[in-house]
Write a protein that binds this ligand. Sequence first.
Ligand SMILES: NC(=O)c1ccc[n+]([C@@H]2O[C@H](COP(=O)([O-])OP(=O)(O)OC[C@H]3O[C@@H](n4cnc5c(N)ncnc54)[C@H](O)[C@@H]3O)[C@@H](O)[C@H]2O)c1
Length: 429
Amino acid sequence: MKKTAVCIVGLGYVGLPLALLCAQKGFDVRGLDPDRKKIKLISRGKSPIKDRELEKKLKKLGKKISISSNAKQALEGCDIIVVCVPTPAKGNKPDLGPLKKACKAIAENIPKEKKPLVIIESTVYPGTVRHVVKPIIEGKKLEAGKDFFLAHCPERIDPGSRKWPIQRIPRVFSAFSAKGRKRGLAFYKRILKAKVICLSNLEEAEAVKVVENTFRDINIAFVNELAKSFEKMGIDLSEVLRGAGTKPFGFMPFYPGPGVGGHCISQDPYYLIARAQESGFTHRFLQLAREINNSMPLHVVSLISKALKSAGIRPERAKVVVLGLSYKPNVDDPRESPAIKVIELLKRKGVKPVAFDPFLLRMSNAKSLAKAVKNADCIVIATHHPQFIKKLTPAFLKRNRVRAVIDARNVLDKEGIIKKEILYFGIGR
Ligand SMILES: NC(=O)c1ccc[n+]([C@@H]2O[C@H](COP(=O)([O-])OP(=O)(O)OC[C@H]3O[C@@H](n4cnc5c(N)ncnc54)[C@H](O)[C@@H]3O)[C@@H](O)[C@H]2O)c1
């Protein structure tokens, strides 16, 4: 029997793991991506993403995926097309450019004889699939629900997480027509070990994803604001959260930090804000959360200035070291990372920061953690990679003559560091 052919459009943090999962489940998998460098790497069984699990899977299953930057070739004979292209925000406004381009390529090369199911997994604002995607693919010749089928199943992948592989994350789903719904549910049933919750329309499924990420953004903004306030009052927010976190209901701890990064949480609220604005509603609360989180890199820089001043060191002469460049631990993704913003702000102040991230050596200007930290006037923990937490003990910092620590993730031994007579500043700590 001929295998069901699936084409994954966009082979990034979302698309590549999905392509490998589909290959593992026995589909005939193709991939479409304009990034030729990426295509070359994947074709050689090499992962463009630094992730051990992904690297292992690619070695094993890579040969089963046929990828191309040629849409005609990639889409030929496909039964299912899954779109995983980026949906960034440009100037704090949704940028549907890559999605529209992908839909155009699908429209021009659609395998009509297959009446394919097109699933959008990219995060979008409510109404995008019906009012942006559908008309582009339909053009003047095709009709959704008849010539092709359309569904939305927002991806919830947590890159770098071992606890939540994609197969085990429950998903929400909705489709344009009954047949699209039936085919889509059958597809996810075959690849996932988790529940797929069907919602009554596309807009609800689209809204779920932006609401989930906005929820995180707002809660992080809340603790970031508390951090600034508690710093003034001299209350340790880490301890407060440790206490409040013991309440078994009605409280869920979120943690302050140098800001919110990544392609999702720092971007998706703008999608909801813009869509609501179009309908005549202004999301003040969401906008404020974005502002607070966007203000955190500057707050970190003000702590660095405070530390250098206390140590009597002029910023232009200081060795300031930013540790961690990715937006979260265990990943190599620097998109919207607050660490990058801290570096930009430092440069504007005349500081020439040293940067080190073991996941992003191409963006680091130190070769190792030890070399970065040696004789540093101030180190900043911008991303809490586990190896930083393990290595950066008070004794290690003292041995390397570090003078001040800005623990922007509140993960180091505050008391131990202070005992070694090293200046310590946490976020709200
Ligand atoms: N990264 C995450 O943790 C995550 C989690 C859940 C959902 N999402 C959502 O999934 C979507 C993809 O995110 P990502 O992190 O995988 O992005 P990514 O940038 O890692 O990957 C996207 C890929 O799409 C390719 N691409 C760009 N334009 C294209 C086009 N016109 N046709 C085909 N390919 C194209 C890019 O070259 C890239 O390889 C976004 O909507 C994002 O919000 C991301």
